[in-house]
Design a protein around this ligand. Sequence first.
Ligand code: Q9C
Ligand code: ZN
Length: 372
Amino acid sequence: MQVVYSPAHLGHDTTLETFMGMPVPANEVAERAERIRVRLDEDGGFGLVPPTEHGEAPITAVHDPGLVRFLEVAWSELRAQGIVRPFLSADTYPNRAMFEGMSEAAVAAMAREPVHAGGRAGFWGLDSAAPLVAGTFVAARAAVDVALTTVDLVLGGEAAAYGLCRPPGHHAARSMYGGYCFFNNAAIAAEAIVTATGERVAILDVDYHHGNGSQGIFWRRGDVRYVSIHADPDTDYPYFLGRADETGEGDGAGENVNLPLPPGTGNAAYLAAVDRALEAIAAVPGSVVVISLGFDTYGLDPIGSFALTTDVYHEIGRRTAALGRRLVILQEGGYHRPSLGENARAWLRGVEGRPFDPLPPAGFGPSGAVAG
Ligand code: Q9C
Ligand code: ZN
């Protein structure tokens, strides 16, 4: 299988993020993508290809141009305002209750983008867990090109291809970044497939978290079905979306399928949800499925509560390929660094119908440079 990868992600890296107001070690770090790249290389069955430049038009097909401009200038504005920080994170968010009692027209007139970098980050951001640094915009643009190049490979005839996107994307909405995501790589890919083929497209989101951005972008759309298996928002980020009764509106009524699962979910319950999700995809026409692939469902993940094991990723890949549709597989989350490469390898070998054949633990072979 072809793996699309760009080193541009290396420019988007931090050592800290904030969680409930406190600095904590960053989860979404450059080492994640490097671990996966090295492990797939060790497998010997994957070919690495660079992305091609696709420009801004596919991004503004699903995102507000204002969000794109903010992300482009946010770091230099922070510096120009003399705010010395290792990363940009919001000061104040426009909580919906701030505008309570005001008319839609009054809110539209008053709730405009401020000048202060911390206020602007609040205007465009969802939460404090998506630190923005000097290389973030270039990395996020490259992740979109990785996704669109993966689409090109599949529309060009490959049965499946894998885009090693970083930063991830599924929390980014039309006019909002957040949850380590800046541009919604999977949504941009799905939109590009609809435009190129005229077919309906399904997104299967198996990241631990609900992909609120993908759900929102296609909420009223009848041509993109969004199916997600994730942790219950009662207990997990993004808290305010992801419930089973969110099914879409208008042309999109019935096209949004949320399958929330409780903390502690293990292999058997998860696989049952996978079967339900695949049934929801098989029920609609179309020849291409976009996969939002997260490994934060793994038992040792530092921010997830599920208990999946590496062998079950192989099985999920196998069952997903058994749909008989072409797969655009895009990386989202997954934060237990030592297992990331092996989990990706298992999933992708499952798709290809190759046996799992575990490799020895990373760090004891020629890739000792990334031991741990
Ligand atoms: N204590 C993705 O997996 N909250 N994003 C983290 C950590 C934000 C996850 C809290 C989680 C965002 C793509
Ligand atoms: Zn996640």
